[in-house]
Design a protein. Structure first.
Length: 144
C-alpha cells in the first residue's frame, strides 16, 4: 500500500523533526494572519522560529516598520496560542515577481473620437497655455 507524504516525512527522526518544525511555522503563520490588520497580513509571513525568537519576513520596509511596532502585541498573541515567543524579528524579503509581470505593456491608445476631442480641446485653449502644449504633445504621440 502506498504511503502518504506525511507518513514518509515522519518515518525518520530527522525528517520528523523537520516536519514538526514546518507544522509549527505554518501554525505561527496562520496565527500571525489573524493578529495583523488585513492590510498588513498579506505582506508578512513567518520565516522561522528559533530559541524563542519569531522571524517575520515582509514585502517592503513600510510593512516591516509597522510589524516592528506591533511586535510586542504579536509576541503576546502568538505566545497565548502556541509556545512562548520572547522576541519578534522583522526583515524585508520581497517575494519574487513573476517574470511576465515585468514586461512593460503599452497602454491602449485613444480611439478616433477621443483623439478628435483632444484636438478640439487643444484648439480651444489659449496659445501660451502649458496645458495646450501638453495636449498637443499627447496628440503628437497618439498620431505616431
Amino acid at each position: 500500500m502506498a504511503k502518504s507524504l506525511q507518513e514518509h516525512l515522519t518515518a525518520t527522526e530527522g525528517l520528523a523533526r523537520l516536519a514538526a518544525h514546518a507544522e509549527r511555522l505554518m501554525a505561527f503563520d496562520r496565527s500571525l494572519k489573524t493578529v495583523l490588520p488585513a492590510t498588513l497580513a498579506s505582506h508578512a509571513r513567518v520565516a522561522n522560529f528559533k530559541l524563542g525568537k519569531l522571524f517575520i519576513h515582509t514585502d517592503n520596509s513600510a510593512v516591516a516598520a509597522k510589524v516592528r511596532q506591533l511586535g510586542p502585541r504579536i509576541a503576546l498573541a502568538l505566545s497565548a496560542s502556541t509556545v512562548k515567543v520572547a522576541e519578534v524579528g522583522v526583515s524585508v524579503h520581497p517575494l519574487p515577481v513573476a517574470l511576465t509581470s515585468l514586461a512593460h505593456q503599452r497602454p491602449s491608445m485613444p480611439g478616433n473620437k477621443q483623439t478628435a476631442d483632444l484636438a478640439s480641446l487643444a484648439q480651444s485653449l489659449p496659445e501660451n497655455s502649458a496645458l495646450k502644449r501638453a495636449v498637443e504633445r499627447l496628440l503628437h504621440t497618439v498620431n505616431k
